[in-house]
Design a binder for this molecule. Structure first.
Ligand code: C5J
Length: 224
């Protein structure tokens, strides 16, 4: 059986290829002037992973793996944004406030688009999600079930918020998840490291972690 060298042990690749899930690589989080920088964060570390995520996407595209992109997005009237979410996680501006790239975290605004280098292509699923996790109030589970997809390779931002929440949601639904460690990033380096540890501790209580080079090499060998 093909496998990816990973922590805490090798990740067995299934016969049916895994899906690549790219979480929230949207301008709101990655570019200056978005929601992330309105919260007072330096977005540079998140920008640095864009080429790595692109290499993963290119590999998945070459091999015909299912690809899912998510965006954290709310309706313009904020009817899908709980007041508690809007009250917390505020900096200079909050969700729905106008910023340099339009209203923050609002579907359809320029800042809510995925960064140009990672734009979804025809045949790839682009999901808006009102929560941190990609399974909450979305079609993701039924999309994966319909295609009998059991394994997920996860990338994107931020590691300890939307990425980790998605991993845990996926775990509870029975998916085998691998987090690609150089294709995910946080505004807080210690939180990223803590998340990698939490995922793989206790025999992989949430899943596996591996670097993009190992992932790409193993995928090419298994499905190329
Ligand atoms: C946050 C996310 N940080 N995509 N969202 O609120 O991690």
């Amino acid at each position: 059986m093909d496998q990816i060298p990973a922590r805490p042990y090798a990740y067995p690749l299934p016969e049916r290829p895994p899906a690549l899930v790219v979480i929230d690589m949207q301008r709101d989080f990655v570019e200056p002037g978005g929601f992330g920088s309105a919260l007072g964060n330096d977005v540079t570390p998140l920008q640095n992973i864009v080429p790595v995520v692109r290499r993963l996407l290119d590999c998945a595209r070459r091999l015909g793996l299912p690809i899912i992109h998510t965006r954290e997005a709310h309706q313009a009237d904020l009817s899908d944004c709980p007041p508690a979410k809007r009250r917390r996680g505020r900096g200079a501006l909050g969700i729905g406030d106008p910023g340099p790239m339009g209203r923050l975290l609002i579907d359809g605004e320029p800042g809510n688009q995925i960064v140009p280098a990672l734009q979804p292509r025809a045949g790839e699923l682009e999901l808006t999600k009102p929560g941190k996790g990609a399974f909450y109030a979305t079609q993701l589970h039924s999309y994966l079930q319909l295609r009998e997809i059991t394994h997920l390779l996860v990338a994107g931002v931020t590691t300890e918020v939307c990425v980790q929440t998605t991993l845990r949601e996926a775990n509870d639904r029975g998916y085998e998840c691998l987090l690609v460690e150089d294709a995910t990033e946080s505004y807080f380096p210690a939180f990223k490291q803590a998340t990698l540890g939490m995922v793989t501790a206790q025999g992989g209580i949430v899943g596996w972690v591996a670097g993009s080079e190992q992932v790409i090499r193993a995928l090419e060998s298994a499905y190329g």
